[in-house]
Design a protein around this ligand. Structure first.
Ligand SMILES: C[S@@+](CC[C@H](N)C(=O)[O-])C[C@H]1O[C@@H](n2cnc3c(N)ncnc32)[C@H](O)[C@@H]1O
Length: 264
């Protein structure tokens, strides 16, 4: 793969970050600048893979815990990162234990990247594990692949309102990409990428929590062009059934103001 056939290269400012990173160019910029601004004391990453996102999380955090199902990332990466604690295992059981562990410490968890199990159930479960944390300072969750239909569904199914400390959720904080022609090992018609973002604060919210989908129109239009939609059609299902009324109604509710939430 080189910069001629990889749509995410060159990325210009990340020349010193050499590990393979499964994010688009604009996701890299967004993650870097969010972390630069948040300056996390503790970060948690679910989905280490080859250390791509970890190299930037580690750079901007005092301490990182990175979780992966496989042992290989820990074996390959542990000597490269002095501030990273690698944990091996299924996030389903590991993350609830980690959240309890972190809750008992004085230092705040300020940043979480959810990029592990990409099934609807896996994404929902990882989010709901993190929702149990009572923040000691502002905390942000970045959820990768909010443009991928099963992942997005997991983000929508998560019981966000169960935490009174969630003040903001936006599934299209950074919109995703559409590989109409396929790319590398990615099948034609795949919808991937996108950052969902949630913000937690130590004080409980007042008022209703809105799960925003600021670019639902882009998601719907792309979905209609994709083989996913045509498959649903051929099997006799309603052609728009994956874009639920819940999704549309959530989008029509008044949106919380970004400036109020992010100004400091
Ligand atoms: C998409 S990759 C992560 C990419 C990485 N964050 C990056 O940006 O370069 C997903 C990773 O999650 C791991 N994974 C999948 N299911 C998991 C689970 N249930 N628990 C923990 N890790 C899981 C996989 O082994 C894989 O390494």
């Amino acid at each position: 793969m080189n910069s001629m056939n990889n749509p995410d290269l060159p990325d210009y400012v990340f020349g010193d970050l050499q590990l393979e990173w499964l994010m688009t160019r604009w996701e890299k910029y967004a993650l870097n600048s969010l972390l630069e601004w948040i300056k996390p004391t503790i970060s948690l990453e679910i989905g280490t893979y080859r250390g791509g996102s970890l190299q930037v999380i580690s750079r901007h955090s005092n301490r990182v815990i990175s979780v992966d199902l496989l042992d290989e990332p820990k074996q390959k990466l542990s000597r490269m990162f002095s501030n990273v604690d690698f944990r091996v295992g299924d996030s389903t059981s590991l993350v609830p234990r980690l959240i309890e562990e972190l809750q008992g410490q004085d230092d705040p968890l300020n940043f979480v990247l959810i990029d592990g199990d990409h099934s609807t159930e896996g994404v929902r479960r990882d989010i709901e594990s993190v929702l149990k944390y009572r923040p000691k300072a502002p905390m942000f969750i970045v959820m990768h692949d909010s443009f991928n239909p099963p992942c997005r569904e997991g983000m929508l199914q998560a019981n966000w309102a169960s935490s009174p400390y969630v003040h903001y959720v936006e599934l299209d904080f950074v919109p995703g990409v559409y590989f109409r022609e396929g790319f590398g090992t990615v099948r034609p018609g795949s919808m991937y990428g996108g950052f969902g973002l949630a913000k937690f604060e130590p004080n409980p919210r007042s008022g209703e929590l809105v799960v925003g989908q600021g670019h639902l129109g882009l998601y719907e239009a792309t979905y209609r062009d994709s083989p996913l939609y045509q498959t649903a059609d051929e099997s006799g299902k309603r052609s728009n059934e994956r874009i639920t009324w819940g999704q549309i109604k959530r989008c029509l509710r008044p949106r919380t103001r970004l400036r109020k939430l992010f100004g400091r």
